[in-house]
Every structure is written in C-alpha cells, then in structure tokens.
Write a protein that binds this ligand. Sequence first.
Ligand code: MG
Length: 233
Amino acid sequence: MRSHAVLAVALTLVFSALVSYDCLAQEEQEPAVVSALSGKVPSDAVVLFDGTGLSEWAGAEGGPVSWTVADGAMTVNKGAIVSRKEFGDMQLHLEFCTPSPPRGEGQDRGNSGVYIQRNYEVQILDSYDSKTYVDGMCGAIYKISPPLVNACRPPGAWQVYDIVFRAPQLDSQGEVIKKAVVTVLHNGVLVQDHVEVVPTGGRTGTAETARGSIFLQDHNHPVKFRNIWVREL
Ligand code: MG
C-alpha cells in the first residue's frame, strides 16, 4: 500500500511538472506580427488581384484570360478563370458586385461563384430581391448548405466574402479521410459556420486534393471582382 502511495505522489509530481512545462512552452511561442491596417491587405497575404492586372490568373480550360479590367475591377467575360497558385488551408478575401440594373431571375441573375480548389462552390448570385432554391442562393455552398442568413447588398453594390477553408485530408491512396471544411462571412456576417463539404455537383468525381487553385465561374453574367487575397494557414 505504502509503495503505491509513493508512486501516486511521484506520478502526480511528474504530471504537474509536464503541465507547467507545456504552459510555459505555449507562453513562449510568440505569434508572428502581421500588419493589418484599415482597408489594407494584411502584410502576410498573397495578392491575387489588386485591380491592375490578371497575371495571377489563367483560363480554366488552359486558354487565355478574356476577362476585362477597368476601374480597379475585373469583369467576367468568355470563360472561367483559375488562380495560377494553388492553396491548401487558407483565409480568402474577395469582393464582388452583381450587375446593375439587374437582369433575369433566380439562378439567371448575377450568377458567378468561387470554387475553392476548383471543387467547392461558394455561390455568388444576386439574391437581394430575387428568390431561388435556398441552397443555391448567394452565400450558399452550392447544393450542400444554404446560408444562415441572407446578407446580400443590392445589385451594383460591392460585397465581401471572407472565407476560411480547411483542405480535405487524404491518405496515401488519395482517399479523403477528413472532409474539407468551409466557413464564410458575407459582408461581415456569418453565413456558413464550419461546414463539411464535398465537391459541388457536376464536379462529383473530381479528385479532391490537399492543394488546389481558386476557380471563378463564368455563368454568362458580367459580375465584377476586386481585392482578392489569400493568407495561407
Ligand atoms: Mg454560381
């Protein structure tokens, strides 16, 4: 009995020492400094579009980029585009503007989309005063998850997506062992909260990967984009 008691005390002491060492180690790990001035791109971000050129983008089918650039914005034109760089876990910021005056209804009104890793579509749509199926409206993960609320601004107004993406985890055979997870703020309002995703329908069968490009959809509507940047996590 006595030796058990001694052993218990010894183990308790070792455990507390380990815990305090762990706390100390965490305290000593200083977070990196990121300059994040109001209205500016964070200092550790990769800028994909600053309003001046399309050098970070390629045609989604391998051809040239036909999108037009004017007044600090780029406009959808003749085909989807993809980022030349590939990303895994990331924070993605982009701003978009649906056409004004609006034309069409439902899915045929200000439609584009951000496909993370070319696979998971965060829908862009004019859902300000126009109805469609809820998992296809603006702020939806297309056909997977409706937005928690409708935070749309009117057509012609600039809007913001801030997206946190956790890439899928794959085993050595390329099988997904942990699904990708997406969180979306639309105009600063939480619309997707840590949602597990699979590739958007029509892309089923597309291999999921640890890293991939950002794909911006051409849905035949002149949606505009500006201020696109990524912070790798
Ligand atoms: Mg779309």
